[in-house]
Design a protein around this ligand. Structure first.
Ligand SMILES: [Zn+2]
Length: 357
């Protein structure tokens, strides 16, 4: 992950990058912010920046073998701890540790670096209300991991998601590790509820506060409005059709759809493209499970309850960009049939990218 891929956290990125550049990164840093504001993504980008052998212009190069391993969550000097369910049963057996769930974690995080607690719970527990924990056995596993030498890079990094899910025993054991730091080892803790972290830990870490996520500011130009009721219903149908056809790759029908769109006046074409941007934003927000930010009507909400999983951190920017470009093309009198057909073609790839989530 590159720093530039993290939206709306310019200040936190600047501070973190500067600490790394100046060798002032504390050995234990607590990144705090609400869910889905990018704490995990930021920790991942920082790890890549630290481990990369060819960083330049304030970013990891993205090309070296280290960068590629970090990007795939396969670098031997980058370790992950996250809350889990205990699958180990029977007396005398140690509780499960994060390592036991690494392949699931890899898949879940890579699909969505803005993963939330409910989403992660769904990935590993049959009961989505299950309370995940970081067990005391995790501390021993961390000691084992960090007692060996770094494999490939000069540094080792441990990203620990949700320190608030440690019980007191686990926290006290971890505290010892944080108090007597291993050489060239960084702990990046990511918390959404720092008040629940045990005080002794809180007092030993430096904090980096994320900005609350301003989705409207980040993804939609100011001034985009919902069209009037009649157009809204009409545009909604067109939008659903476009998503379905692009998803199913029905080129012939996509062409017919483009011709219908081309038959509308320029002004309505522009209004449609603006409406599409609003709906995409709404779907992205829905995907973040923040219903309070939602402005959709009943039909749109029903459609989006299924569609929103296709709109996520992997593709939302790309989608907004192609819609904006199409709007601009229409304004500049580019052939509308081509603009809309091209748009539906681009959605084939964009929906595919989002569907991996
Ligand atoms: Zn690199």
């Amino acid at each position: 992950m590159l720093f530039s891929e993290i939206k709306g956290q310019e200040e936190a990125v600047r501070k973190l990058r500067s600490a790394i550049d100046n060798n002032k990164l504390p050995h234990a840093l607590l990144i705090t912010g609400p869910e889905a504001t990018g704490g995990l993504a930021l920790a991942h980008a920082a790890a890549q920046y630290i481990i990369c052998q060819h960083r330049h212009d304030g970013e990891p190069c993205g090309q070296c073998p280290e960068c590629k391993q970090v990007a795939k969550l396969g670098h031997p000097d980058l370790h992950w701890v996250y809350p889990i369910v205990n699958k180990s049963t029977g007396s005398g057996k140690e509780a499960s540790v994060s390592e036991d769930f690494l392949s699931v974690w890899r898949e879940a995080f890579l699909a969505n670096p803005y993963i939330t607690q409910p989403e992660w719970t769904k990935s590993i527990a049959s009961d989505e209300n299950k309370q995940l924990k970081i067990f005391v056995s995790e501390a021993a596993a961390i000691v084992r991991t960090l007692s060996t030498k770094p494999y490939e890079s000069d540094y080792r990094i441990l990203i620990l998601w949700l320190p608030e899910r440690m019980n007191e025993d686990a926290a006290n054991k971890l505290l010892k590790i944080i108090e007597e730091p291993y050489e060239k080892t960084f702990f990046l803790l990511v918390s959404h509820d720092p008040e629940k972290i045990i005080g002794t830990i809180l007092s030993r870490v430096q904090r980096l506060q994320l900005a609350p996520f301003d989705l409207k500011g980040n993804f939609v130009q100011p001034g985009l409005q919902m069209p009037d009721e009649e157009d809204r219903t009409f545009f909604f149908e067109k939008f659903c059709a476009m998503m379905r056809l692009s998803y199913a790759r029905k080129l012939y029908d996509m062409k017919a759809w483009s011709e219908e769109m081309a038959a509308l006046g320029r002004e309505r074409q522009k209004n449609y493209l603006q409406y599409a941007q609003v709906l995409i934003r709404e779907n992205y927000i829905m995907n973040l499970h923040d219903p309070e930010l939602n402005y959709m009507n009943e039909e749109e909400t029903a459609f989006s309850s299924k569609f929103s999983r296709f709109v996520n951190a992997r593709n939302v920017e790309g989608i907004m960009k192609v819609l904006e470009t199409a709007e601009l093309d229409i304004t500049q009198n580019v052939n509308a049939k081509m603009v809309f057909f091209d748009l539906s073609l681009k959605f084939i790839m964009l929906l595919k990218a989002g569907n991996q989530a």
